[in-house]
Design a protein around this ligand. Structure first.
Ligand code: ATP
Ligand code: MG
Length: 394
């Protein structure tokens, strides 16, 4: 058994010794069967949260109302969730109540897709009542039970479908595929934050093109913030993207390029991205724009800094179908050559200028500093006080 499971098997053993059932479930079992890297293992149990807390000395209540307790064991932490069913759903997004049950099958039944509804014992045996393993082998994404019912219980599942398409490259099973289009309008009821989390995963998955085709052909994009007018642009961005090439922030910058900047303020506001992230996105966007009209030079990489310059160059290379590594190496090389990396490293500051010129402060200080920076970076003048003074006031 693989390392994260091996360690976690001790936790399951303890629960079993206390007289309850416990299994590995969800994403970790799916990823194990796919031979993918496993992040965190989730455990489901017949023990109630109170019973779990009695078994382990160190626990944290992370979501007790949903039946989840965080257990700290052997230097690791594990989310342990009590088997549950979800009562009647209200508002297409949340169950009215969750009830704890003692049956594993009942718990697996409430899960979204067959590939996510496989349990594994600590000995590595699978419990797979909905044919999840077969779907994994065939590369098929299928809801557990009737898709239209499952999507109307929680409409977010439709975006999760696109997300798994993007991450796994799977095909959506016929009925599930049909139901996506029929149920798409229910996405209106889903909070932006939940949509954002799935959209980010969609746009950074290895099969983003396939996933965006699902978003567009199934009308899901219409219920993403401010996306209604841009299906073609979304597909264009997906077409340009390459597996693993861009991170989340860079993907937003790419989206900006395809939807055009004047549309961005509204776009960003409706997606409710954090202000800091928005600033980073604009910066990459601006660097890309500068790059469109000229090759990188020392002053360019100095102005934007290494990270932003690299991000902009990545987008530029994708945009032009150029070889990524070579272009990035060139940006790094230029950055290494810079005599100063930031204004802080300049041997003169505004106070020096005020003294030298014996003038009151004003816009001229910033202008002079910028001229000095440029001269230092181009090698026209050495970065020391005397040389700079001689150069500035001959
Ligand atoms: P990841 O690798 O991104 O964590 P995951 O499959 O573990 O993927 P989670 O969001 O962590 O996804 O959810 C864990 C499990 O809970 C899923 O595998 C699935 O069984 C179930 N699940 C999560 N969200 C839903 C939902 N909206 N409806 C039904 N089941 C869900
Ligand atoms: Mg998970």
């Amino acid at each position: 058994m693989k390392p994260p499971f091996k360690k976690a098997a001790r936790v399951i053993e303890k629960i079993e010794q206390a007289g309850f059932e416990a299994y590995f479930v969800g994403g970790s079992v799916r990823d194990l069967l796919l031979g993918k890297e496993i992040n965190d293992v989730d455990i489901a149990t017949s023990a109630t949260p109170e019973e779990v807390k009695r078994i382990f000395p160190h626990t944290v209540d992370v979501g007790i109302e949903h039946g989840t307790v965080l257990v700290l064991e052997g230097g690791e932490s594990y989310e342990i969730t009590t088997f549950r069913t979800e009562g009647e759903y209200v508002d297409f997004r949340r169950p009215k109540e969750v009830s704890f049950v003692r049956s594993l099958t009942e718990d697996l039944k409430r899960r979204d897709f067959t590939i996510n509804a496989i349990a594994m014992t600590k000995e590595g045996e699978f419990v797979d009542p909905f044919g999840g393993k077969e779907d994994l082998e065939k590369g098929i994404l299928r809801t557990v039970g009737k898709p239209e019912e499952r999507f109307s219980e929680d409409a977010l599942r439709m975006l999760r479908a696109a997300r798994f398409v993007s991450q796994l490259g799977f095909a959506v099973e016929e009925n599930t595929y049909r139901a996506l289009k029929e149920s798409a309008p229910l996405l209106k009821h889903i909070a932006v934050e939940r949509k954002l989390a799935e959209f980010t995963k969609i746009m950074t998955g290895d099969h983003v093109k396939k996933a965006c085709e699902v978003l567009v052909s199934r009308d899901l994009y219409r219920y993403l913030p401010n996306m209604e007018a841009f299906p073609g642009q979304l597909l264009k961005a997906a077409e340009i993207l390459r597996p693993g090439a861009l991170d989340e922030t860079e993907v937003w910058a790419l989206l900006f390029l395809v939807i055009r900047k004047e549309n961005c303020p509204r776009f960003l506001k409706e997606w409710r991205l954090p202000t800091k992230k928005i600033k980073e996105i604009y910066r990459i966007y601006d660097a890309f724009h500068d790059r469109l009209s000229k090759e990188w030079d020392l002053y360019g990489v100095y102005t934007y800094g290494l990270e932003t310059s690299l991000s902009a160059e990545k987008i530029h290379s994708l945009w032009n179908g150029e070889e990524l590594d070579k272009q990035l190496a060139r940006v790094r090389e230029l950055y290494e050559k810079l005599p100063i990396k930031s204004r802080k490293e300049l041997q003169v500051n505004g106070n020096d200028l005020l003294l030298w010129k014996n003038k009151g402060g004003g816009k001229w200080v910033e202008e002079d500093l910028r001229r000095i920076e440029k001269a230092v970076i181009s090698g026209e003048v050495e970065n020391d006080k005397r040389s700079i003074k001689e150069w500035l006031m001959p």
